[in-house]
Design a protein around this ligand. Sequence first.
Ligand SMILES: NC(=O)c1ccc[n+]([C@@H]2O[C@H](COP(=O)([O-])OP(=O)(O)OC[C@H]3O[C@@H](n4cnc5c(N)ncnc54)[C@H](O)[C@@H]3O)[C@@H](O)[C@H]2O)c1
Length: 362
Amino acid sequence: MEGKGKHTKIGKSFGVGVVGLGEGKGVVKGLHGHPELKIQAVCDTDKTLTTEIREMFNIPNGYEDINDLLKHKDIHIVLLYTPDQLHVQHIRACFESGKHVICTKPLVTSQSEAAEIMKIKKQYPHLQLMVGQSSRFFGPMLKQREAYDTGKLGELSFAETQYVHDMRWFYNNRPWAREGGFDLLFACASHPVDLIRWYMGDVAEVHAFGDRSLIAKDADFKERDIFTINLKFENGKIGRVLGLYGLEHLHQTRPWIEVALYGNQGTFIAKYPQLQANIKYNNGVEHVEHYFEDIYHYFQYEGVNHHAGEFVNYTEYFARCLVKGETAMPDAVDGFKTMATLEAARKSMNENKAVKVERYVS
Ligand SMILES: NC(=O)c1ccc[n+]([C@@H]2O[C@H](COP(=O)([O-])OP(=O)(O)OC[C@H]3O[C@@H](n4cnc5c(N)ncnc54)[C@H](O)[C@@H]3O)[C@@H](O)[C@H]2O)c1
């Protein structure tokens, strides 16, 4: 694929370190040649991978141990793409070294980890921690947010979000997904739950069902991988989230991630990985918008399997927040509200009843 990635202005230069080069290599490619965000070092316990990525993108330094990367004074922002269960220890190490952090989702895997993060954050109030919720930063979702923020949708009556993906490749290729502390509900449904909360606000109550798919049984994956979650928000409105990871024969024409917002002035349905949205405003005709001009930006590394464009978008947004002294969202507290919603969904499935969402952290 030929084309150009997009780099937008920050107003100040920052050194960046990237840890975990599975998903993380997408951002290394995306930030390559950025005029203000320069990757100073990459790190992965897999030495061959580190060397390969370092050489491919001409990165000055490569390490197998995060602590070596953190010694660099010219690294100001660290991007973490390590396995879920390592996020807390890596965030702590970054903060102790005075680095701002963007940590991929899910930020944590349990309430006790969330409490630990809050403790660490209190010790370092001058450092920012943002959750890398990539789906908020995909082209059609950004257009959708703009339409919402400028009042084109009016007041929302209902929202529906989904993440539907055949995750067999994941069950079979990620040994850490079969270890304790991993839950697909948290790892994957964190996307649609974050997206619905972004519009509908805090969740009061959920009623969720979960099942283990035929795919999971075949792959001997022990956890549930099909979820439906009905939500009632603090503002009294309702919504629905689908998290389906164990379905076969999915149609390529249907989005993996979809956000459908139904407002009294318009309806906007944003789709990933399609660079398109279905839109209908008050008194207007239903139409489809395509954003094909951004195809290279989003899919510049290993196509739809990676998230280069979204990762660049959120790193730039984060850096601009640092320059302006604003809190980059979703921050840890917002991330924990998503986790709390997922925790309530887990409880709802286990107890087979509607469950109130409890505060994750005080
Ligand atoms: N849309 C998204 O934002 C998105 C998509 C996929 C995965 N993720 C998240 O990214 C994280 C990694 O997932 P992945 O699919 O890339 O997994 P992966 O297994 O492909 O990559 C993880 C990498 O981290 C390395 N690693 C493990 N321990 C390490 C350590 N202590 N120090 C440095 N490197 C270490 C591994 O060698 C591996 O290369 C997970 O938290 C996952 O939820 C986010």
